[in-house]
Design a binder for this molecule. Structure first.
Ligand code: IPM
Ligand code: MG
Length: 363
């Protein structure tokens, strides 16, 4: 089959890690008889440099015309990069938020999985890790604080800043359904995370999730306050299957969940709308400090490409092939620097491009 993939290489390590994911996609194409056509799309700092804005209308149209979009990462060093001297709506991140909103990508799936081979890179104690953990953070992505009205105005001689947090019933219902649907294909448990002891938006969240849960009697569900959830993630991460939460809480908890797996360089993500279209990107950032050094871990981007095959193209066997090749490469003892064990004598450290080649060999 033929698929058209929009490619956003972005900034920092983005271009390097995307190159490896494309290498792996082409390897899968050759093996299974598919052709992937790539259209380069500019977004983030590189788009600011080339076009004066982080996301042009032309870029949005190119994304819309693709079957799915594969992305690296965007943004630079927030203290030193000239991009951060620009007004907030002209910075690299504004491009990503605009793309999520324009394409209605309301459902963000961030799997956090502990690989057997990487237990050593996990900062938690052995008795907490147990036989490992495997959870899916389901983050609402187009509402809440990220997209509410903002202002900074002078009142009574001082500056006052406001960000508003809004959720409608329909926004909550559609993400909750997605969360329960995903749980059905996993261990059938949903933990809905909110701050219902303080926020109105969370009380509505809880009410709607309760309504949706009635349609999924086979799924066990519970509510958890976000501060408790932050604690439980390090105390007992094995209790979680699907964590369903709003935009800002999901941003924070997904970074925490990724770090307990050992490295953010391992974690993929998918941002989906109501169609088969999706935006696939690693959960980690652009890591400007290591950009261009050839040491970044490409696995999160490669696994994001696998998610694209699974969710947008319905190519399950092909996605399995990538995921198994990643497991195999770890089993065979190859590591990028971020996932090197404390005692590295039993494994071999490799760079970004070598890791891509090793995974292609194992497809
Ligand atoms: C993420 C990132 C983004 C977010 C930034 C880059 C705007 O942290 O995808 O988690 O906050 O959503
Ligand atoms: Mg984040």
């Amino acid at each position: 089959m033929n698929f058209n993939i929009g490619v956003i290489r972005g900034d920092g390590i983005g271009p390097e890690i995307v190159t490896e994911a494309i290498k792996v996609l082409d390897g899968v194409g050759a093996k299974f008889g598919h052709t992937f056509n790539y259209t380069e799309i500019l977004m983030g700092g590189c788009s600011i440099d080339a076009c004066g804005e982080p996301l042009t209308e032309e870029a949005i149209q190119a994304a819309l015309a693709s079957d799915a979009v594969l992305m690296g990462s965007i943004g630079g060093n927030t203290s030193t990069s000239p991009w951060y001297k620009l007004p907030a709506d002209k910075r690299p991140e504004a491009g990503l938020l605009k793309l999520r909103k324009s394409l209605n990508l309301f459902a963000n799936l961030r799997p956090a999985y502990l690989y057997e081979e990487l237990k050593e890179a996990c900062p938690l104690r052995d008795d907490i890790i147990g036989d490992g953990f495997d959870m899916m953070i389901m983050r609402e992505l187009t509402g809440g604080l990220y997209f509410g009205t903002r202002s900074t105005v002078e009142e009574d001689g001082q500056l006052v800043a406001r960000d508003s947090l809004t959720y409608s019933e329909s926004e909550i219902r559609r993400i909750a359904k997605r969360g329960f649907d995903i749980a059905l294909k996993r261990r059938k448990k949903v933990t809905s995370v909110d701050k219902a002891n303080v926020l109105d938006s969370s009380r509505l969240w809880r009410k709607i999730v309760e309504e949706v849960a009635k349609d999924y009697p086979e799924v066990e569900y519970e509510h958890m306050l976000v501060d408790n959830c932050a604690m439980q993630l390090v105390k007992d991460p094995r209790q979680f299957d699907v964590i369903l939460t709003e935009n800002m809480f999901g941003d924070i908890l997904s970074d925490e969940a990724s770090m307990v797996t050992g490295s953010i360089g391992m974690l993929s993500s998918a941002s989906l709308n109501d169609t088969k279209f999706g935006l696939y990107e690693p959960s980690g950032g652009s890591a400007p400090d290591i950009a261009g050094k050839g040491i970044a871990n490409p696995i999160a981007t490669i696994l994001s490409a696998a998610m694209m095959l699974r969710y947008s193209f319905d190519l399950d066997a092909e996605a399995d092939a990538i995921e198994n090749a990643v497991k195999k490469v770890l089993k065979d003892g190859y590591r990028t620097i971020d996932i090197m064990p404390r005692d590295g004598s039993s494994v071999k450290q490799v760079g970004t491009s070598e890791m891509g080649d090793l995974i292609v060999e194992r497809l």
